[in-house]
Design a protein. Structure first.
Ligand SMILES: [Zn+2]
Length: 584
């Protein structure tokens, strides 16, 4: 078993270093809360920025240590206790942050633009953004009231939805026995080898949702109604405009991307129809077979083989990329195999102030495990480029969060296809295309659905029938004849929890952006663009200091132009053509 080493963050919760840092954090926070902001812009801004950076440099490792401990040991009581404590401390930071924001907004943009002090120059974008966003803040009284009402309103609706779907169970026949499964377990059967099981799981799932549909529809109406109202009060044209603004994007860029995606939908339908044919269906792919395996792969990797494969292929890109992964392995930043009490999935956590990352995997030796490893080490490489960044500037927006990860995943996937035999190539390609279809076609259906709900909610609550119809319409618009019309999924709005957060509106298009932006960069790399590696590293560094359009422009890419997006989609199109040829 290969565990990660967390002792290089803190030896333990009880250790003097952890406890001393916690005490020091509370002292610094008290100082930040009482910090006086005067007419002297340079002096006050410097004082706040220095103090806030110092607070975050302590808060972040203390918090991540608890979070990481919990993620591999869910019964660790100290981790639960300190996560809660630090979560509350983090919430306390909102007050001095809003005070500073309003103070910055009381100066004009030129004051920020003309700063000469080095620390302030580096925080120019940060301050400009605070100033611009201040225009959308309500009065202090309203903000406090709103956040308290969210607790008992929209957040409570979200909790209700989570409880209803979390507790919902359904009976299904498996291997001749009747079993009682949760919704998550039922959904996991979507990739089962036996098509009869996949179909039964899908029907059982739809039946189960019908039992809670009225309650979760009420929750959805409550949350979307709240967001429509508050978004308007803040001065945004729509919840979409607000979401786009918050992800440092602009509507022209979003339109260019969506328009290119719409143009290429027929390409994805071609893949869906081929997959349907391979599985013996005549009228397109039934929803329950979207994740069906079409062949088996006997590609297995030991952890050392996977490591070596990733390192060798990272080296084809750059020595630095390879070294960043080597460092993660050498310093035990990676937690490898599944074990009891460890959560599922995979993630990468940055510990910027300490020049470290941690990567959690659930590696079992499959090929997917290798691409996941490359993906998460790609995130670690993004962190690596930000190791010297100020804590206030260590965050990048969602649309750019998957750039390095998908780029690295693409390097490794392409290398694997090159050395694969025909059966393996089909397996790898299909996995990759299946994933892209989710990120392009399904994400687009979710985007259309969410927009329909927000628009219609202005006139009143949507009934269960209206929600189901809106979802089917969205699937028809995007999947088209690629899906079998008799087997679509009218309850996808009950399945994705992001619709039920008043804070994560349109938590869909940033993922399409992430995939296509990374693929677009990869296309430039493949085309032999000179100086690519250095420019790419700089681009990753820029992700925390510019809006999305400018980050892309720093590499000469115009994301407001449809051509860029069409070129990215062209890479997936090539894969689909190759898949169709190989399965002929
Ligand atoms: Zn990722």
């Amino acid at each position: 078993m290969t565990y990660w080493d967390l002792t290089t963050i803190y030896p333990s919760f009880e250790s003097d270093t952890y406890q001393n840092d916690l005490t020091k954090l509370k002292t610094l926070m008290a100082e930040l809360e009482t910090l006086e902001l005067t007419d002297d812009f340079t002096k006050s801004a410097t004082a706040y920025i220095e103090k806030a950076n110092a607070v975050l440099k302590l808060l972040f490792p203390l918090n991540i240590y608890a979070h990481l401990t919990f993620s591999v040991d869910s019964s660790n009581q100290a981790a639960i206790k300190y996560s809660d404590t630090l979560g509350m401390l983090q919430a306390q930071l909102a007050a001095p942050a809003v005070k500073f924001q309003k103070w910055v907004a009381s100066f004009d943009a030129d004051t920020i633009e003309n700063v000469t002090d080095n620390l302030l120059v580096e925080h120019k974008f940060f301050m400009h953004e605070l100033q611009q966003n201040a225009a959308y803040l309500l009065s202090e009284k309203e903000e406090v009231l709103l956040s308290k009402l969210r607790q008992v309103g929209a957040n409570a609706w979200g909790d209700l939805m989570a409880k209803l779907t979390g507790n919902l169970q359904a009976e299904i026949e498996l291997d001749g026995k009747t079993e009682t499964l949760t919704l998550t377990m039922l959904r996991n059967l979507a990739s089962h080898k036996d098509s009869a099981v996949r179909k039964r799981a899908y029907q059982t799932e739809l039946n189960a949702y019908s039992k809670i549909e009225e309650s979760i529809a009420a929750a959805l109406n409550g949350i979307k109604g709240d967001v429509n109202m508050t978004s308007k009060m803040r001065g945004f044209d729509s919840p979409l405009a607000e979401a786009v603004h918050n992800s440092r994007l602009d509507l022209a860029t979003l339109d260019a991307m969506l328009s290119a995606m719409t143009d290429k939908l027929p390409v994805f339908r071609k893949y869906l129809k081929r997959k349907a044919k391979l599985l013996g269906h005549k009228n397109g792919l039934p929803f329950y077979d979207l994740f069906a395996p079409i062949n088996e792969s006997d590609m297995t990797y030991s952890y050392d083989e996977a490591k070596q494969f990733v390192l060798d292929n990272f080296a084809t890109f750059s020595e630095e990329l390879k070294n960043s992964a080597q460092k993660a392995f050498d310093d035990n930043w990676v937690d490898v195999e599944p074990r009891k009490g460890k959560r599922g999935g995979a993630f990468c956590a940055p510990i910027i102030g300490r020049r470290q990352s941690r990567v959690m995997l659930n590696f079992t030796g499959s090929f997917d495990g290798v691409t996941t490893m490359a993906h998460e080490l790609g995130h670690a490489y993004h962190n690596w480029q930000l190791f010297d960044e100020h804590m206030l500037l260590a965050d990048y927006p969602l649309p750019l969060a998957e750039t390095a990860s998908i780029f690295c995943e693409t390097i490794v996937t392409n290398a694997a296809i090159k050395k694969a035999d025909k059966n393996e190539a089909i397996y790898i390609l299909e996995k990759s295309i299946m994933n892209s279809t989710q990120v392009i076609v399904d994400i687009m259906s979710r985007f259309i659905f969410e927009k329909t709900v927000f628009d219609n909610r202005q006139q009143g609550p949507l009934s269960v029938d209206m929600l189901k119809q809106a979802m089917l319409d969205a699937q028809l618009q995007t999947y088209g004849d690629g899906l079998d019309k008799d087997f679509m999924h009218p309850y996808m709005w009950a399945c994705k929890s992001h619709y039920y957060s008043a804070y994560n509106n349109y938590y869909n298009y940033p993922y399409a952006f992430g995939l296509l932006f990374a693929l677009g960069l990869y296309a430039e790399y493949q085309n032999g663009r000179p100086n690519f590696v250095a420019d790419y590293n700089q681009l990753l560094k820029n992700t925390t200091r510019m809006n999305v359009k400018d980050v892309a422009a720093s590499m000469g890419i115009d994301v407001t132009k449809k051509d860029f997006w069409l070129a990215s989609l062209g890479i997936i199109e090539q894969q689909i053509e190759q898949f169709i040829e190989l399965t002929n």
